[in-house]
Design a protein around this ligand. Structure first.
Ligand code: IVH
Length: 705
């Protein structure tokens, strides 16, 4: 039914349609807020909400008690302006055991070339909310942004201003100050909010974090104002002058400006003190008025934080020590096999629904065949194998935000007649043989693109947020188009030829169930907008095994243009070629990634499918790193012993200044940094006439940058 039909609806039809929309939207809300797994795109959600509102406007008397217009919905991301963070908002690496905390402090000391005894750290609760960055200019709150993907978030300034614990003005603040912290909801406030929602017949929230997120991401800030949100400050982004010399003093300054800071923040001398404070916070946890899911450790000295810097998405100077996951027992009703984008057969446990850590869980991952099996086909016990059978009583857990897992099986509760699970050796989707390669824990369908499951998953990945991110074309729509013989999308290129290959396609889409004139036109426009795409994004979008977002960026930054890259990858098919050696010389690229990449382009059908796509696109080259540093764009090699900084620090420093660091000297090397004991590399550099400096020369070169 299209939106144009609203004018022709009879009262009975309108009533039925409002009932349908209420149920569809409620399910979408549940998927979005409850499971944090949206089932329809924001655009499709919006279209349904608009349709609901239009029908209600015509038939005011038919408005339902549980009308979707009165409810907190999945706040559409397009409803907020985007904000590019001046300093990226990062996530944290995790530790689960004390041993990993000791490894963390040892790693930090080693990187800095310091004695562990010289280091101190802060330890503070990890608040289970959502992070927010508040920008103050000349002491005035000018912008508030959510984390988003870390680089770009949503502008929620009006909403943030309604939160009582966020000051609007700071006395004596630096000209620019971005305060970062966590928006959260206290248990008592959460319970009261849910009770009020329930009384109004409005939807309730699964847990305080979802309530906080749903409340902050309201398009109407007056709704946010009625929600009891709070904010703990624990970090900062851009600052025009340093806040302090240490983390603990910087937090004190935030407190002096009027921010709430966490009272359980403590300065600790080393791993043992950190772990002791973790235990203490764990003991206090049941009585805290808000949810926490771990303890965050940070190097106290800010100059050392600066030297430690970042890995791709996490700082080297901090780590989150998570609390053990929550557990619950339930029955395993069935084991289904899902086929992923790379053909992996993934077993999924279908469970009798059970609440784990405030969220209802009815599915869990079973990882792979060995995890389920107790024994291999020769009868030998498999390490890590659990012998999980349909009908078993199983223990489910959630660790952080990840998909629920099965921790244990209660063998005493096994029903009589329960048989070992027979893992399929044929793909359940296309019937092709599913094989396990030597050393691979995963069984994979060999059907490639003839396997509909793989093709659909590849397409879903292709349109996903970090890939082509086409508004109105999400997982649901991909499934529809894939199965639609009139409007088929079977490979990425088909998306871009949809409008051109048949002039009636737009009309056909307008008449499809669930679509209307507006949504169809919007989709066609959204597709046009995405013809222009960056190299790194395109490569990631192709969904080549092992080539994720980071690898996409690595290759783009190295090869700069798509044509250049394509030539190199084809040439690298010969593993004795210089092209193959060069591929492996890229920092961060190992054999597994390189081989997966080369293999993908070596297959004619894959290569041709990509070529058809590329024909439809305008690919933007990656920009050469033009950082203002004497080593930007240069290839460096370190050799011999460095005495004033560790090799890891030197390399990280060089990369942060835009240099490439290579492990071997070649004609492409621009500079060799040779410490005492340098041998063959120094000799080779001398032969090739490559400039060589010592460690002091290196420090002089990069000092103060
Ligand atoms: S520090 C560069 N401290 O945890 C590191 N994060 O898993 C910046 N979080 O995105 C984060 N409590 O939303 C830090 N006391 C705390 C925290 C905290 C909660 C969240 C934050 C971050 C996520 C990382």
């Amino acid at each position: 039914m299209s939106d144009a039909d609203i004018e022709n609806l009879s009262e009975a039809e309108a009533k039925a349609e409002l009932a349908r929309l209420a149920s569809v939207l409620a399910a979408a809300n549940q998927a979005y807020h409850g499971a944090d797994a949206p089932e329809i795109s924001d655009a499709a959600y919006d279209a349904l909400k608009r349709r609901n509102a239009a029908i209600e406007a015509r038939f005011a008397a038919l408005k339902r008690a549980d009308s979707p217009s009165e409810q907190v919905g999945a706040a559409p991301s397009e409803g907020f302006a985007k904000v590019r963070h001046a300093v990226r908002m990062l996530s944290l690496g995790n530790a689960f055991e004390g041993e990993e905390v000791r490894e963390f402090t040892a790693r930090v000391a080693k990187f800095l070339g310091l004695d562990e005894a010289a280091l101190s750290f802060t330890a503070e609760p990890k608040i289970d909310g959502l992070s927010l960055s508040l920008r103050y200019e000349n002491g005035q709150l000018v912008q508030a942004a959510t984390r988003g993907d870390g680089e770009t978030g949503e502008n929620v300034t009006a909403n943030a201003r309604t939160i009582g614990s966020i000051p609007h003005r700071l006395a004596g603040a630096p000209e620019v100050l971005e305060v970062r912290g966590e928006v959260y909801m206290r248990h008592a406030d959460f319970a009261a909010l849910n009770a009020a929602q329930e009384a109004r017949g409005a939807k309730t929230f699964a847990n305080p974090r979802n309530a906080a997120a749903g409340s902050l991401r309201q398009l109407d800030s007056e709704i946010t104002r009625t929600r009891p949100l709070a904010f703990f400050a624990y970090a900062w982004g851009e600052v025009s002058e340093p806040l302090a010399a240490t983390q603990i003093e910087a937090i004190q300054r935030l407190k002096d400006w009027g921010f709430e800071t966490n009272p359980l923040t403590k300065l600790c001398a080393g791993a043992e003190e950190l772990i002791a404070h973790y235990e203490a916070i764990g003991t206090a946890r049941p009585n805290l008025p808000y949810d926490i899911d771990g303890v965050v450790y940070k190097v106290n000295d800010l100059a050392l934080q600066g030297r430690l810097g970042f890995r791709s998405t996490t700082p080297r100077w901090a780590i989150a020590h998570k609390f053990a996951a929550e557990l619950a027992w339930t029955r395993l009703e069935a084991i289904d096999i899902q086929v992923g984008r790379t053909g992996a057969l993934s077993p999924v446990a279908r469970l009798v629904p059970v609440t784990v850590g405030g969220v209802v869980v009815s599915n869990a991952t079973l990882h792979n065949e060995d995890y389920i099996a107790g024994r291999d086909n020769k009868g030998a016990a498999i390490r890590g194998g659990k012998d999980i059978r349909v009908g078993d009583l199983v223990q489910v857990y959630r660790a952080g935000d990840v998909i629920p897992k099965i921790a244990d099986v209660d063998l005493a509760e096994r029903p009589k007649g329960a048989v070992p699970f027979a893992f399929p050796t044929l793909c359940p989707e296309c019937g092709s043989e599913a094989i396990r390669e030597e050393g691979d824990a995963v069984r994979r369908c060999t059907g490639g693109l003839i396997c509909p499951a793989q093709a659909v998953e590849k397409l879903k990945h292709f349109v996903s947020r970090k890939a082509f991110d086409i508004d109105g074309l999400g997982a649901k729509q991909i499934e529809m188009f894939y199965a639609d013989d009139q409007l088929p999308i079977r490979e990425p290129a088909d998306i871009f030829t949809l409008a051109r290959r048949d002039a009636t396609n737009l009309t056909k889409l307008k008449n499809r169930e669930g679509w209307g004139a507006r949504s169809a036109e919007k989709l066609f426009e959204a597709i046009e907008e995405k013809r222009k795409i960056g190299f790194a994004r395109l490569l990631f979008a192709l969904g080549i095994r092992h080539v994720g977002e980071q690898a996409g960026k690595l290759f783009a930054n190295y090869y700069l243009s798509w044509d250049n890259f394509l030539r190199a990858v084809r040439a690298a098919e010969d593993e004795s070629s210089a092209a193959w050696a060069e591929l492996l010389s890229i920092d961060g690229v190992g054999e597994v990634v390189a081989r997966a990449l080369v293999t993908a382009f070596a297959q004619a059908h894959e290569r041709e499918s990509i070529a058809r796509l590329v024909q439809e696109l305008e690919i933007e080259d990656a920009e050469a790193v033009t950082r203002d540093s004497p080593v930007a764009g240069k290839t460096l090699v370190f050799t011999g012993t460095l005495e004033k900084m560790s090799r890891a620090e030197a390399k990280a420093r060089a990369e942060s200044l835009g240099a490439k660091v290579s492990g071997s000297v070649s004609a492409k090397t621009d500079l060799l940094i040779a410490g005492p004991g340098a041998g063959s590399k120094a000799k080779k550099a001398a032969e090739l006439g490559i400039k060589t400096i010592d460690e002091d020369g290196w420090i002089a070169l990069v000092e103060g940058l």
